[in-house]
Design a protein around this ligand. Structure first.
Ligand code: SDX
Length: 429
């Protein structure tokens, strides 16, 4: 592999260093390109641009590979727990039994949120989308923990902020749901594990006994693991760039929650169910909707299909598709949209339009079907994605901080007006 790349520009040849990652990916380091040649690169959507060097998650989009700190997602989804995967992503190794018990204890003892946060929650109408509530409550922690405003104050404080983030996210998520229902909130039951604690806060009703179904808790555990990190996606890049200004971890992650909300990103899981329901109500005419997705004059896209990196099956989609069958069977749930989803996938993957563009089901295509079977309402689906992605956002923010990466500030190519004189208002056309 050559150590340098040559760029020929305006009769000059510039040598640029080439770097290679541990999985043989290569990059041309253009850190000195502008200084050497006066030119910058332009790459709308950063489709070919690396923003950092990271040791957290490895994706191979052509092979459909996803690994957290070197461990295959298939193994982690089958054998690990969400708290253990959170520790792995954030601290770079699988915890010993004692380390995991201490980590779990620290999380369990920080699940309560300041009662004054309820005053913020009460200010939201029940019509507020839970993602907007979640982003606001998460950022409100900057007001209750002002010492967190300096992310470089101490490693101990960063650890405490990490624990508070993981501990309080489920409480905020469940409270945003209760707010939408106009129900009183539930407080965390610290006798329960991470997923069970969340489910009880979500679904327990005043004066009624609530037992967590272990099938539901295990399905949620697996879904959160599958969403835990995904290298430099839109919301993680948002967390990194906001954090690069030395904004607090709470402000950086709140920005990530907002980026995830978009329907092209984490909001897709909600849009998939809306799409499948529309197809069902339309009589299940798969061909019609496939043709709409292919029609350039039709804004409709097959939600849950396609991916910036995966040009093969998203490995998470394969696992979730298998889990959907299992969870619905165990819960005795028949969901007509699951059959529609499978038929849609089957037809699309035989259609040249999708095959040529290497458009496969992504993580969002089947996840909503399981969330619905678990009793979660559609507009909570992206909140679940945010809960799952939280340890990844934390790990990436911490890596950016620990590596003392510079503030993110991309360049541009200006295509606006050349210099022109000011025109007094009475002389304007
Ligand atoms: C997530 O980055 C991550 O890692 C994200 C994520 C994570 O874990 O963080 O994996 C989570 O966000 C998954 C993606 C969820 N979004 C959706 O399911 C929305 C539907 N998908 C598309 O909007 C699209 O596929 C994207 C946004 C996911 C990717 O878009 P790209 O990489 O910018 O690709 P593109 O829009 O340039 O599409 C390339 C071609 C275009 O056709 P042509 O112009 O070449 O003719 O494929 C077409 C697109 O029109 N296309 C689709 C399509 N997705 C792409 N056509 C119909 N239906 C689709 N879903």
């Amino acid at each position: 592999m050559s150590k340098t790349a040559e760029l020929k520009l305006n009769g000059q040849t510039y040598e640029l260093p080439v770097i290679e990652g541990t999985e043989k990916e290569i990059a041309i380091d253009i850190g000195e390109l502008r200084e050497k040649s006066g030119a910058i690169t332009l790459d709308l959507g950063y489709k070919n641009t690396g923003a950092t060097k990271s040791a957290i998650t490895f994706l191979d989009g052509d092979q459909g590979i996803l690994r957290y700190r070197g461990y295959a997602i298939e193994e982690l989804a089958e054998k690990s727990t969400f708290e253990e995967v959170s520790y792995l992503l954030i601290f770079g190794k699988l915890p010993t039994r004692q380390e995991l018990e201490e980590f779990s204890y620290d999380i369990r003892t920080h699940t309560l949120v300041h009662e004054d946060i309820k005053k913020i929650l009460d200010g939201f109408p029940s019509t507020a989308h839970p993602m907007g509530v979640l982003a606001s409550l998460f950022c409100a922690q900057t007001a209750f923990y002002p010492e967190s405003l300096d992310p470089n104050r101490s490693d101990e404080l960063v650890y405490l902020s990490i624990i508070r983030s993981l501990a309080k996210m489920p409480t905020f998520a469940a409270w945003s749901y209760k707010n939408a229902l106009g129900h009183p909130v539930n407080y965390p039951d610290n006798e329960l594990d991470y997923c069970s604690r969340f489910l009880k806060m979500m679904f327990a009703l005043p004066g009624q006994r609530y037992e967590v179904d272990p099938v539901v808790a295990q399905a949620l555990n697996q879904l959160l693991i599958l969403h835990a990190d995904h290298e430099q996606n839109c919301s993680t890049s948002t967390v990194r760039i906001v954090g690069s200004s030395r904004a607090s971890i709470y402000a950086s992650i709140s920005a990530g929650i907002n980026a995830l909300w978009g329907p092209l990103h984490g909001g897709a899981n909600q849009e998939v169910i809306v799409m499948l329901e529309n197809i069902r109500k339309d009589g299940g005419n798969i061909e019609k909707w496939i043709n709409k997705a292919k029609d350039k004059n039709d804004p409709f896209r097959l939600m849950g299909f396609g991916h910036r990196v995966y040009k093969n099956f998203d490995p998470r989609a394969k696992i979730i598709k298998r889990a959907a069958d299992g969870v619905l069977a165990k819960l005795g749930v028949k969901d007509p949209v699951l059959d529609i989803a499978k038929k849609l996938e089957e037809v699309a993957l035989q259609d040249d339009y999708f095959v040529e563009r290497k458009l496969y089901p992504n993580v969002d295509f089947y996840s909503g079907i399981i969330y619905r079977a678990l009793g979660l309402p559609v507009d909570m689906f992206t909140v679940m994605f945010a809960m799952g992605r939280l340890p990844g956002w934390i790990a990436q923010w911490k890596e950016m901080r620990d590596n003392k990466e510079p503030i993110g500030r991309p360049r541009q190519i200006y295509v606006g007006e050349r210099l022109r004189p000011y025109v007094p208002i009475d002389q304007r056309g």
